[in-house]
Design a protein around this ligand. Structure first.
Ligand code: FUL
Ligand code: CA
Length: 481
């Protein structure tokens, strides 16, 4: 008790002291701003989706719900290979479809027989959720879950008891397989299905049936740091398409009360967010490495090429979103050779293109600063926690980078210090050519990260002109490749 007292007094004193000595103001935040957990999420940038269930064995994309568990019989299952491939591809986390729309669950749930326990896999002693979550620990990747709200197997889908069932399964998942960083709520809902043998079409009210606020509260009690993904957030929003493309204008802000999961016709809004949105709900770009979300042999030659994956990287991470790249294991229970090859070549390509930062030793000049702590040099120190801020009450600014000598430039990467909010509304890039500035790009938002590809050009100086912003600009890093 005594020790505690002393420490507390010491703490109070030292914080008083440090307050006094470093009376240096930082720019005021422009709301909305991300939570600490959302900030950490932004830093993940790329991670993997894994779709694996009865569909892998039937060739379907959406199982009807009448599939026999006996078909789930991988011939050479190797979960370690899935997660090692993902790690080698430089991805930072895994989200697993623990249950897809067909209702088959990949762990031995005590609430249903329609599960891996009824399959031949490991003679009914298998648990794929456990295997994946443990492999993630082994490779230091974060683990997330997808649990389809729509369930075409359950007889009671559409009635209140199903929502209870769904919540019970969440409790099982969060109790046994944590820590879980992200929870994926799919917007696909209702329609025809097996439904315990009724074989009919069922419609639910997407807005009210699941009572999401209650479910979210329940999960948050079990996992306070959980981030929910859905069409409507609350923490992460869908990007509005499954092609791998975030809006060229991409605000992290949107007003949650204009959305709900499964709401039709909001794809455009989800894609761009809204400049005046009241909440911080960044977009996540989900896309599959193959045409389908599940493995199909006939798509073995349709695996996205490293070049296509690079293009997707540019339209997702390069536009300030995170990329959730789906990698579906095959009937052996392995990531197919073609997918592995493409992934590793893509990673190599990223490493090559983004390895030599020409701005690391650049001389940076700016036309204004907030104070001496927010100096221009903070833009090129490789530290996303330090930033340059323009003078208060400005909404435009100029940053000039002198590379020291003529270099071939192909990409310019800019990061806003989003802990203080997203500000930039439009900017232009210029390169120094024949003794004058030549504009090579004009774009809108920046956000967590913006990578602009410019035509390969020889230059010794680059200029970023912030043309318009919600408030004085605060940038953490600029890189030139
Ligand atoms: C969609 C689902 O219907 C697809 O099957 C897939 O799981 C994708 C990620 O989400 O809404
Ligand atoms: Ca910095």
């Amino acid at each position: 008790m005594k020790l505690f007292k002393i420490t507390l007094t010491a703490l109070v004193f030292s914080s008083l002291f440090s307050c006094k000595t470093s009376q240096i103001k930082s720019p005021a935040p422009i709301y909305p701003i991300p939570t600490t957990d959302q900030l950490a999420w932004h830093e993940l940038e790329t991670y993997a989706f894994i779709h694996f269930t009865t569909n892998t064995f039937t060739g379907k994309e959406w199982g009807y719900g009448d599939e026999s568990p006996s078909i789930v019989n991988p011939t050479d299952m190797n979960v370690d290979q899935w997660v090692k491939t993902i790690k080698d591809a430089g991805l930072k986390a895994v989200i697993l479809t623990c249950k897809h729309h067909d209702g088959f669950v990949l762990w031995p749930s005590k609430y249903t027989d329609h599960s891996i326990a009824a399959s031949p896999y490991k003679n009914g002693k298998g648990d794929i959720v456990k295997e994946v979550s443990e492999a993630c620990k082994k490779y230091s990747l974060k683990f997330g879950v997808y649990l389809s709200p729509w369930d075409r197997n359950r007889a009671d889908y559409g009635s209140p008891s199903y929502v209870e069932y769904y919540r019970n399964q969440l409790k099982e998942l969060f109790a046994a397989y944590g820590p879980i960083f992200e929870m994926w709520f799919d917007g696909a809902n209702g329609g025809d299905g097996y439904y315990g043998g009724s074989k009919e079409k069922r419609k639910i009210n997407g807005r009210s049936y699941y009572d999401w606020p209650k479910t979210i509260e329940l999960v948050r009690d079990l996992e306070p740091k959980i981030l929910f993904f859905s069409d409507a957030g609350p923490e992460i929003r869908w990007v509005g398409n499954e092609r791998g493309v975030a809006g060229r204008t991409n605000w992290n802000s949107i007003s949650r009360d204009t959305l709900y999961a499964g709401k039709a016709g909001i794809e455009g809004l989800l894609n761009t967010g809204h400049e005046k949105g009241k909440d911080w709900v960044p977009a996540e770009v989900d896309v599959s490495i193959r045409p389908g979300w599940f493995y199909h042999k006939e798509e073995d030659d349709k695996v996205k090429t490293p070049e296509k994956l690079f293009e997707i990287y540019m339209t997702s991470v390069g536009r300030g979103s995170n990329l959730l790249l789906n990698i579906p294991p095959d009937r052996r229970g392995q990531v197919h050779e073609n997918d592995v090859k493409s992934l590793l070549e893509w990673r190599k390509m990223l490493n090559e293109k983004f390895s030599n930062n020409l701005a690391a030793n650049a001389k940076v000049t700016v036309n204004s600063i907030f104070n001496k702590n927010t100096k221009a040099q903070n833009l090129c120190d490789g530290d996303t926690k330090t930033y340059w801020a323009a003078a208060e009450n400005t909404n435009s600014a100029v940053v000039e980078l002198d590379l020291g000598k003529t270099q071939v430039v192909n990409f310019v990467e800019i990061q806003e210090y989003i802990a203080l909010g997203q500000r930039v509304k439009s900017f232009a890039l210029d390169v120094w050519k024949n003794n004058e500035w030549k504009q090579v790009a004009q774009e809108t938002t920046i956000g967590y990260k913006r990578i602009v590809e410019i035509e390969k050009t020889q230059t010794s100086k680059i200029r970023i002109r912030i043309l318009d912003a919600k408030a004085a600009v605060v940038l953490s890093e600029v890189k030139v490749w």
